[in-house]
Design a protein around this ligand. Structure first.
Ligand code: NAG
Ligand code: NAG
Ligand code: NAG
Ligand code: NAG
Ligand code: NAG
Ligand code: NAG
Ligand code: NAG
Ligand code: NAG
Length: 818
């Protein structure tokens, strides 16, 4: 602060006194003198305390300890003007110390300090009173006291005091006060804005800074902004910004500018007055880069509102941003990328940015060593390519996709997430997708799939779902070891992660091999767990489950008890019964290795016809070896599991469970049944007749018709136990079953129907019930010209074999339920 000419009155007062009688006395004595009845002693004591306190904080604390505060607080209201002034000077100096401040808080001194701000008091009193308030106002309680004691109006008046110290102290107090909402509004209501603007012209930088900081706080209020604008505040700021001598004020000025432009109404008016044009000019003028990056940040902030973006777009802000991308400073480039991201919400902006050549410029930044810049650049690209094919193509043409794939391997979570999001946006176009994949995207996505960062997981799984839309890509993911981490994401409790993981799994399940692999990693069990939670399950988790189960009908039937007419049973299918809640479905191999037990047998289906001519015989001569093995390969290619085990066979060892299973493959009876079906049923002309004939065939194969009342006499259970015992296995080939009931017959029916290209469902009921439903056109078409609606029928395989029971009729229901 500038040197001030001391006021005459003060000088003359000092001169009227004798040489200081208290000088040289110890502080304790001086403090005692504060209680003297003699005014001239009081004055001298206060002066001595002032001088002593000014020398340092230790002195202030010791004066506090000596009890100087209480008498000083009294003396500031003394009737003698000189006593008041010197006491206040002493108090002002002491109050700058934090211990003193705390002590003062407990004394109700603020109202009497505010009293001293009256116009009757001289400027020195004003100076020290405001100094006290400036010190005290950092404290919340004191702020409230100042406000309640009506200090603010006076302080605002004092902003136009001729004395710079008074100005500075008052301003500092106001700045402290406007940190709170109450005072922020009051400053504007009390007409403080013109005063604050006036202070911007001060010769003292400290006053200018404080004024700007105060304006920064108060212009967060909308009414204040209106007044600010009416008082030409924006022009004042622009004057500061265009004056290079004031570059130390530019950052603070820009913060105020950003506030002013925040609401669209102000923005519009400022724009009309050409304020925006001036601002753009300021931004591109080469200047101190810190200020430039702050200016761009200001733009980014302003671009948060949709209306502002529209105006900025009209003002061609994109051109400025593209130019700034080639400025050498990293922070300017970074801020520009951030502004581009914000502006991307405005659709037209994305196109203009591309037309101005901005996209290759951002792609270029992906190579920079600055992590922060790369993160901002990838973010800008993810926004620019969102829902914009031409931009996606521009990134592709600039070679951005290749660098983005590389970014997936980085350590910065934000960059990885943004890169994945961008690649996902780009993958919608086939050409680009192929190119992305050719740069190893699938391999690169595996690590991010193991991330613990939620954003990374969300974007990566989304990108994966976009990229994995052809068999080759899915195979690559599998080879790269990506399926396991993907399946593991089904453990996530994050809604979006889980959602996207399900989507990706759904896509990947379109191929048998990837679906099988995901099942191996426990995908079905995890999805079952999800299905049991009302919170976690969703339409996509169900979709993923369905897709996976469609690749494994044995598991599907076990879990859902329902195969639709489009689910075609093939060799290797097994019915292991209804799955117990949450349990893993064992493989056929595992089931066949279990010791024979009392439970229902597992029914196994294999129609492989070549077995008849090529009965496996390990003792065959060498010359036949190649022949058999090739046939065996052909056969077992449908069930790789068995083939693999077969090769391990050693003749000298006793039969292993796997061998038993392998032998069981030969279901000669089933093969004969299939043959008969093809010969006798396929040629029938009427569908209805085909189903009926097939039903009779199944009935005969499994022990003939059984009267409903005599069902309990039908010895099916004994028969199955015997089979298990003979085979020494819980797994029974369906063709061997000579006495079967609903469950066995319905499975055989479904199996034969699927084999000859008819269609039916297979539905599991309770207590060994199961049935098939077929769809037939009813009535006779000749009597009614229009073709009738199809009707659902339950096929009777048990009691009146071949009857078709119309669904939902009592007869049908009786067949389905005990
Ligand atoms: C007031 O402005 C200063 C910067 O001058 C800032 O640090 C502070 O957070 C603002 N206070 C409020 C309450 O906005
Ligand atoms: C600026 O506008 C945004 C939304 O448009 C709002 O969230 C923010 O609080 C505003 N800031 C100021 C200082 O008014
Ligand atoms: C990264 O940006 C800085 C600042 O613009 C520049 O000096 C540097 O050459 C850039 N690095 C690369 C590898 O492009
Ligand atoms: C830009 O990205 C952010 C975060 O990634 C996102 O919230 C926002 O919706 C995106 N905006 C546009 C226009 O794509
Ligand atoms: C991608 O990740 C970012 C975080 O970097 C996130 O804000 C954004 O919403 C994500 N984008 C998409 C398209 O999911
Ligand atoms: C999923 O849960 C529902 C309701 O609990 C159940 O009806 C359905 O069978 C379950 N689906 C599977 C595939 O487990
Ligand atoms: C079906 O699931 C079972 C049980 O998990 C498994 O052993 C079998 O290999 C799967 N089959 C196919 C074709 O995926
Ligand atoms: C044929 O049957 C359908 C449904 O049973 C009926 O709506 C339609 O009127 C009938 N048409 C004729 C020509 O009888």
């Amino acid at each position: 602060m500038g040197k001030k000419v001391r006021k005459e009155s003060e000088t003359s007062c000092k001169e009227t006194f004798e040489p200081l009688p208290v000088e040289g006395k110890n502080p304790a004595t001086v403090v005692l003198l504060l209680s003297s009845p003699e005014e001239d002693i009081l004055v001298k004591a206060c002066e001595a305390i002032h001088t002593f306190a000014e020398k340092g904080d230790e002195n202030k604390v010791s004066l506090l300890g000596l009890g100087a505060l209480e008498p000083l607080c009294q003396l500031i209201s003394h009737s003698n003007k000189l006593v008041r002034r010197t006491a206040l000077m002493a108090l002002g100096i002491m109050a700058t110390n934090s211990d003193v401040k705390s002590a003062l808080k407990k004394i109700d001194v603020i109202p009497s300090i505010i009293d001293k701000l009256s116009l009757e008091e001289d400027v020195v009193v004003h100076e020290y009173a405001t100094l006290c308030l400036a010190s005290l106002s950092v404290d919340f309680v004191c702020k409230v006291q100042i406000f309640d004691s009506k200090g603010l109006p006076t302080l605002i008046q004092l902003l136009s005091s001729p004395d710079p110290d008074v100005k500075k102290n008052s301003l500092e107090t106001i700045f402290n006060m406007v940190q709170d909402f109450q005072s922020r509004q009051a400053v504007h209501e009390l007409g403080g804005i013109p005063q604050l603007l006036e202070l911007l012209k001060s010769d003292f930088p400290v006053i200018q800074h404080l004024a700007l900081k105060t304006l920064q706080n108060v212009t967060t209020d909308k009414d204040t902004r209106n007044t600010f604008r009416e008082e030409q505040g924006f022009e004042r700021l622009m004057d500061i910004l265009s004056n290079t001598d004031f570059s130390d004020l530019h950052i603070e000025a820009l913060q105020v500018v950003a506030n002013c432009l925040n609401d669209s109404e102000s923005f519009q008016l400022i724009h009309q007055d050409g304020g925006l044009t001036r601002l753009m000019e300021f931004i591109i003028t080469p200047d101190i880069t810190e200020i430039q990056s702050c200016a761009v940040k200001c733009i980014a902030r302003v671009a948060q509102s949709a209306e502002n973006r529209k105006l900025l777009h009209k003002q061609n802000v994109e051109k400025v941003l593209v130019e700034l991308l080639s400025v050498s400073d990293v922070s300017v480039k970074t801020a520009s990328c951030q502004a581009v991201s914000k502006m991307s919400f405005h659709l037209a902006c994305k196109d203009r940015f591309r037309d101005l050549g901005g996209i290759p410029a951002v792609v270029q930044l992906l190579n920079n060593e600055s992590l922060v810049l790369r993160e901002a650049a990838t973010h800008a690209l993810s926004n620019l390519t969102h829902g914009n094919k031409l931009n996606a193509f521009a990134v592709y043409e600039a070679g951005g996709h290749e660098i983005l794939v590389q970014q997936l391997c980085g350590n910065c979570a934000g960059t990885v997430a943004n890169s994945a999001a961008t690649l996902g946006n780009m993958a919608g176009q086939g050409v680009i997708r192929c190119s992305i994949l050719s740069h190893g995207a699938m391999q690169a996505l595996v690590e991010p799939l193991k991330s613990t960062n939620v954003q990374v997981l969300i974007n990566t799984t989304q990108c994966l779902a976009m990229l994995a839309c052809d068999t080759e890509a899915r195979a690559e993911l599998q080879t790269a070891g990506g399926l396991q981490p993907l399946v593991n994401l089904l453990r996530s409790y994050h809604k979006e992660v889980l959602h996207n993981a399900c989507l990706a799994i759904n896509v990947c399940a379109s191929d048998g091999p990837t679906a099988v692999e995901m099942c191996k990693f426990g995908a079905v069990e995890l999805l079952q767990e999800i299905n049991q939670s009302v919170k976690r399950r969703s339409s996509v988790s169900k979709l993923a489950m369905t897709s996976l189960l469609n690749s494994n009908l044995s598991v599907k039937y076990s879990l859902t008890g329902h195969l639709s007419s489009t689910d075609i049973i093939s060799d290797g299918f097994y019915d292991a019964g209804k799955a117990c809640g949450g349990q893993r479905i064992l493989s056929l191999e595992e089931l066949s290795e279990q010791p024979v037990n009392q439970q229902r047998p597992i029914i196994f289906v294999n129609t492989a016809a070549e077995e008849i001519v090529d009965a496996p015989d390990e003792s065959q001569s060498n010359e036949l070896e190649t022949d058999t093995s090739s046939k065996r390969d052909r056969r077992t290619s449908r069930t790789p599991l068995l083939d693999r085990k077969k090769k391990q066979k050693d003749e000298t060892q006793p039969e292993s469970p796997t061998e038993k299973l392998w032998k069981m493959m030969d279901d000669v009876s089933l093969q004969l049944l299939v043959k008969e079906v093809k010969e006798s049923i396929l040629p029938l002309s009427e569908e209805r007749e085909q189903y009926a004939a097939l039903a009779r065939l199944v009935n005969e194969a499994m022990g003939g018709a059984v009267e409903m009342e005599k069902l309990h006499e039908f010895p099916w259970m004994l028969h199955l136990s015997e089979l298990k015992f003979q085979l020494q296995s819980n797994v029974v080939p369906i063709g061997l079953i000579r006495r079967g009931i609903y469950r066995h017959r319905a499975l055989l029916f479904k199996c034969l129907v699927d084999h000859i290209g008819l269609s039916c469902t297979l539905v599991r009921g309770e207590y060994n019930r199961a049935w098939n439903e077929v769809l037939l056109f009813t009535g006779n078409p000749s009597s009614n010209g229009s073709s009738s609606l199809p009707c659902r029928y339950i096929v009777d395989l048990m009691h009146q074999p071949g009857s078709l029971l119309k669904a939902n009729t009592p007869a049908a229901v009786q067949y389905q339920i005990i």
